[in-house]
Design a protein. Structure first.
Length: 129
């Protein structure tokens, strides 16, 4: 009967030790549930709200920029219309055709680009010698 008693005492001691660990784990789980989970949930919800607010602020800022651009464009058209009306009233003719000036500028740009290409080729040939 002695070995049976030792087996029961050893089993009881093992169970008591296991129960202590389970009790500790349960306590930790309760602490996490009470303090940790609500804090994590609050953190998540706060971040989500801040992201949504930032998107709304960006959309609002973009809307304001578009309105400002449209307003500037409208003012520009009004000013140009007023200037044309003033010129017409004072007997000035409309601005001369600028297509010839544009053509001359484009021709000059082409000439400058050709000169730049010649200079680059000359520099490359000089550096190779």
């Amino acid at each position: 009967m002695q070995p049976q008693l030792e087996l029961n005492v050893g089993l009881t001691a093992t169970c008591c030790t296991a129960l202590q660990y389970l009790e500790g784990a349960a306590y930790i789980a309760i602490v996490l549930a009470v303090f940790g989970v609500p804090q994590l949930l609050t953190y998540y919800l706060d971040r989500r709200d801040r992201r949504r607010d930032r998107r709304e602020e960006r959309a609002e800022a973009e809307r304001v920029r578009q309105e400002e651009r449209a307003e500037a464009e409208r003012r520009h058209h009004e000013m140009m219309t007023a200037l044309i009306a003033i010129l017409d009233r004072n007997g000035h003719s409309a601005p001369p055709d600028q297509s010839t000036a544009i053509e001359r500028l484009q021709q000059r740009i082409a000439e400058l680009e050709a000169e730049i290409a010649l200079l680059r080729n000359g520099n490359e040939a000089g550096s190779q010698d």
